[in-house]
Ligand binder design. Structure first.
Ligand code: 6IA
Length: 146
């Protein structure tokens, strides 16, 4: 089973969480193993946060937790409509350090606010795709096949 690290804005803003949830659902329906359901699922995130609070270093706990998962992944799918430092870091780490492919998804309605560093990157491993409310499934399947 192909292991996918799903990345999406958390601290950067949750405005596109409905699309994050849909992407995770579509990945699972199409037979992919999603390693990071906590990114789109606020309940799972709460649990992780509670564990992090009990640890010595809250931020280090979350960072290590996520690093372990991305190191196991075959690919990254990132929802990038909302700028996020964490997602930017994960994309760069995956493509330039782990050398695994990254599918970058952005909602057409906010195209003017896309990060040019992410959407314009020339690495063959980082592929941007635009979607809208109607075609997310079609775009994601096409991206996964290419
Ligand atoms: O900079 P951002 O927070 O928007 O970065 C989002 C990305 O970083 C996601 O793709 C996650 O993989 C990771 N990430 C950021 N925060 C968390 C988190 N709890 N739990 C798990 N992964 C995270 C954060 C709680 C927060 C209120 C500090």
């Amino acid at each position: 089973m192909v292991k996918v690290y799903f990345a999406g804005s958390i601290t950067g803003g949750r405005e596109f969480v409905q699309y994050q949830l849909k992407i995770v659902r579509l990945l699972k329906e199409n037979g992919y193993k999603v390693l990071t359901e906590h990114v789109s699922d606020d309940k799972l995130q709460k649990k992780l946060r509670a564990r992090a609070r009990l640890s010595k270093d809250y931020f280090a706990y979350i960072s290590k937790h996520d690093r372990k998962l991305i190191d196991k992944a075959d690919m990254v799918v990132a929802e990038c409509s909302k700028a996020s430092l964490g997602v930017g870091f994960e994309i760069c780490y995956a493509a330039y350090h782990l050398k695994i492919p990254v599918i970058v998804l952005g909602h057409k309605s906010v195209k003017k606010r896309f990060s040019p560093i992410i959407f314009g990157d020339s690495s063959r491993l980082i592929k941007p795709y635009l979607y809208d409310d109607k075609n997310l499934e079609e775009v994601l399947i096409k991206a996964l096949k290419s």
